[in-house]
Design a protein around this ligand. Sequence first.
Ligand code: C2E
Ligand code: CA
Ligand code: CA
Ligand code: CA
Length: 283
Amino acid sequence: AKEMGGNRYEIADPAHDARAITRHDLTNRLPVALERGEFFVEYQPLIGLRDGAVHGAEALVRWGHPVHGVLGPDRFIPLAENTGQIVPLGRWVLEQAARQAQAWAAEHTHGCGPRVNVNLSPLQLHHPDLVGEVTRVLDETGLAPEALCLEVTESALIGADPEALRPLRRIADLGVEIALDDFGTGYSNLSSLRWLPVSVLKLDRAFTRGMRRHPADPVDLKIVEGIVSLAHGLGLTVTVEGIETSTQAEHLRALGCDTGQGWYYGRPGPPERLHELHLADAG
Ligand code: C2E
Ligand code: CA
Ligand code: CA
Ligand code: CA
């Protein structure tokens, strides 16, 4: 039986969901897990749709749990958000990713190495020391601000008052790129693109599902065409996630999307793999 702390009801109730016990268990273990180095970061390539080159990678955190095996972020990020543990965990991911991108840059003598995208949770976004943290990480790793992109979700930004966006604007002023992640999944307010400090629009894979095979869903094509035209008109770059087939890649390239990411190009993996991919297309 699992150690449940003071909560005896969870042990006494036989109908209780085993998953809920795990949630409780995982939540309690988060701080220890960070101290013991149980987390690791995988990198998924971001590909230029026109040139096919590796432009960068998204850093995605995993938990190598000693009992449950490797857990994906959907299992523990929401828990870490609830307890505030996402703040130290997110800082750790940022440090890892920045160090990794700086290592790529150092190995890649001609031109620049792949850039790195890091997810920022809503709680981190509203943390009072966010600007200080990002500045420190850039100083400590020596990473060029332009080689870092922070991904923030639409839901974390929409409805935020202008005051709350000031730290993000200061980070953008440093030269760090800001991407609006999962675009189109929340209550999209297209006019908010006028004043949000973002330079990249990241389309959720919901938009690309209907393009996996020929013929593509004509409505999906029209919607993406419209978003791309709007984004480009506002000077934003468009990235698409969830590209699983070559057909999708062709459609999205034809629609003018700039970069893409998905299983077709490469699953998230260890940093060495990204470096090999990047070198392969440099040569
Ligand atoms: P996201 O930011 O939307 O990341 C993209 C997710 O799509 C990743 O799932 C990735 O593995 C998955 N994916 C990539 N290509 C494909 C594809 O072709 N098909 C399909 N079906 N899926 C694809 P993952 O790694 O499980 O991450 C899930 C979410 O967890 C992320 O969604 C992000 O919101 C969150 N997350 C991951 N790492 C971090 C982190 O360090 N901090 C924070 N705050 N959140 C993170
Ligand atoms: Ca993301
Ligand atoms: Ca996303
Ligand atoms: Ca998504």
